[in-house]
Structures are given as structure tokens and as C-alpha cells.
Ligand binder design. Structure first.
Ligand SMILES: [Zn+2]
Length: 345
């Protein structure tokens, strides 16, 4: 459905960033896995085709929580991953449906529609010419569908290799769309060994309007790196951490260990989850560092996003139901004498 010509033209990504923080929201893979619509392991967004209403509902929740960008759920919806689960033939319908579903909510809430590409698992810096061509073709087809479905921007994320990130940037720029390109810091450098501030600078030089980090690190271990990236580039910086309590000893969520030593990633991370207050604090800290595009990644849920929006001084549709503990029968301000039997503190 095309926008009618008399509709007010909505501000694009860069215009919005000039005015202040743009709030994003991701975490579709983990949240839809928790809800029983997506398999952990392959993590392919089959839900778009199999249960589109589940995807719609999560878009609705993120929009109501204050997300200004509706990210089409095409993460890992690329040729390599679709082949893995024997659904390569569904690649184009999945991508187009994901874009259309997201666009309906972007239009409804005045949000931006982002086409989404990510690390492919196909890139090999030791064989960069050949594998780079494969990656480029995968990105070109996904970005091509995003353009045809009316995307306002491209988010290229969880990049592990500078080489792959540069290809993503080139493809997004060739399509004429603003590009947000973010690395997932699983190590101290990209896998080729490039420092992240340098990698971000290179991607910015290649034309990305927004560069930064997403996934992998929680607020505590992402913030120091953001400071370095902010100092290294002139352009806007993006930060979409995972809402998990990563530490200097275990800086990424893949490394987090339960008390018995077992690996918590990816489906036993619950005890490490940040509260909404911790994510609200992150949003403020990132803003104060000069980060313009702030969001959340795997593990994020609408309550986090609403608290982040509110910490940034916003009232969003879901704020109507924001907590008011003063009305709680036991914890509130007007506790009846008879209620005191419920507690003894
Ligand atoms: Zn993530």
C-alpha cells in the first residue's frame, strides 16, 4: 500500500538523529524462540511464514514500547541459513512478508522501516574474493527486496568481519538507503584482527551513516567500547547490547557460565537478564556518551524498551500501563491494616 501523496512526509533516519536519540528494538529471534515459534540452534525466522501473527504481535509490542524503527524480521533469513533448514525456496516470500509485516507497523506508528541483513557465515577472509562474491549476492538480493518493499534504511548487524561489513555497506549505499552497520564483538577485535574503533572508522569511510556495536555484549562491557568508537568516528554511533549482565571476566553473553560451570548461552541465560532499570540506565549512559541510535538485541523484550524510552524522557503508548507501585495492595502507600498480615518487613 503506497503512502498517499498528501500524507505528511515522515522524517528519515538522519533527520531524526540530528534531533536526538533514535530508539531501536530488536531481539526478535530470542523472544519468538521463548514464545515457542522459532527453533534455537538454527535460529531461522521461519515464524514469518508459519506464524505471521506472532511476528505482528511482537512488532506491535515494540512499537507501543517506543521503538522508532521497525526492523523487518529477516535476520538469518538469508540463502545460507534457509538452505540449512531445507527451505531455500521460501527465501523470497519470507523476506518480502517480513518487510510487509514490519511496514504495516512502521506506517501505523510513524516509525521507520529497516531492511535487515546480518553476518552470513559464508565469508572467509582467507578466501575473500570468492566468498565475498557469495556474500555480496546474498546481500544484494535481500537489500533489493527491502528497497522494493519500501525500506527507509538498512541495518547490517552482528558483523564479525570488517570485510563482510564493508560489503554490506557498499550494497546498502548502492541501493541509496542510509546504512546502520554494527559489529558484534565476540572478541577484542574483528575476527580478522581489526580493532573495533578502526573497523567502525573504515565502515564510516565507506559511507555508513551510523556505525557501532550490537549483540554479544551487555551494557557493562559494551559501554567502554562505545566510548572508544565515539571518539574514533565523526558519524552517528549505534549501540544495541544484549540485556545480560556480562562482566570483564566474561565480556560476551556466549561466555557466561552458570554456577555449575555450564554454558548459559543461548537458552539458559535467564538468571543473567538485566532488569528494565538496568537497561534504562544504559540508555541514559549511552546517550550521555553521544550515542545516537540506541536499542537492544537478543534477550530484549518490550518492558526493557519502554523503560529505555521513558528514561530518555518519552511517554510512549505502553506508558499507559507503566508501573504504579503506590497502588499495590501490600507495597503501596495506603496499606490497609488487614493487609499487614501478608508481610513482616
Ligand atoms: Zn543479538
Amino acid at each position: 500500500m503506497a503512502r498517499s501523496p498528501d500524507t505528511e512526509v515522515k522524517a528519515g533516519l538522519l533527520e531524526r538523529l540530528e534531533k536526538g536519540v533514535v530508539l531501536g528494538a530488536e531481539g526478535y529471534l530470542f523472544e519468538l524462540e521463548r514464545r515457542g515459534y522459532l527453533k534455537s540452534g538454527p535460529y531461522v525466522p521461519e515464524v514469518v511464514l508459519d506464524f505471521p501473527d506472532a511476528v505482528r504481535e511482537l512488532h506491535r509490542e515494540f512499537l507501543r514500547a517506543g521503538a522508532e524503527v521497525m526492523v523487518a524480521f529477516t535476520y538469518y533469513g538469508h540463502r545460507e541459513k534457509m538452505r540449512l533448514i531445507g527451505r531455500e525456496g521460501d527465501l523470497e516470500p519470507l523476506n518480502r512478508d517480513a518487510l510487509r509485516i514490519a511496514r504495516a507497523f512502521a506506517d501505523e506508528g510513524g516509525a521507520l522501516l529497516a531492511g535487515n541483513i546480518c553476518n552470513t557465515w559464508a565469508y572467509d577472509p582467507e578466501d575473500s574474493d570468492r566468498t565475498g562474491t557469495v556474500v555480496r549476492e546474498m546481500y544484494e538480493e535481500q537489500v533489493g527486496w527491502a528497497v522494493e518493499e519500501g525500506a527507509d534504511m538498512i541495518i547490517a548487524e552482528t558483523m564479525d568481519y570488517l570485510g563482510e561489513a564493508l560489503i554490506a555497506t557498499e550494497v546498502a549505499k548502492a541501493a541509496g538507503l542510509p546504512a546502520v552497520v554494527t559489529f558484534a564483538s565476540t572478541q577484542d577485535t574483528t575476527i580478522e584482527g581489526v580493532e573495533f574503533d578502526e573497523a567502525c572508522r573504515r565502515v564510516a569511510d565507506a559511507g555508513a551513516e551510523v556505525v557501532g556495536l550490537n549483540c554479544s555484549r551487555g551494557p557493562a562491557t559494551m559501554l567502554p567500547m562505545l566510548e572508544e568508537i565515539r571518539a574514533a568516528v565523526e558519524c552517528h554511533v549505534a549501540a544495541q547490547p544484549v540485556p545480560y549482565r556480562t562482566t570483564p571476566e566474561e565480556p560476551t553473553f556466549v561466555g557466561l557460565r552458570a554456577a555449575d560451570g555450564s554454558r548459559a548461552f543461548p537458552i539458559a541465560l535467564d538468571p543473567f537478564t538485566c532488569t528494565r532499570f538496568e537497561m534504562a540506565d544504559f540508555a541514559v549512559a549511552a546517550r550521555d556518551l553521544g550515542v545516537g541510535f540506541i536499542g537492544i538485541c537478543c534477550g530484549g523484550a518490550p518492558h526493557h524498551v519502554r523503560s529505555m524510552a521513558e528514561a530518555l524522557g518519552r511517554e510512549v503508548p505502553a506508558s499507559r500501563y507503566s508501573p504504579d507501585i503506590s497502588l499495590h495492595p501490600v507495597l503501596g502507600e495506603n496499606i490497609q491494616e488487614k493487609e499487614k498480615r501478608y508481610y513482616d518487613w
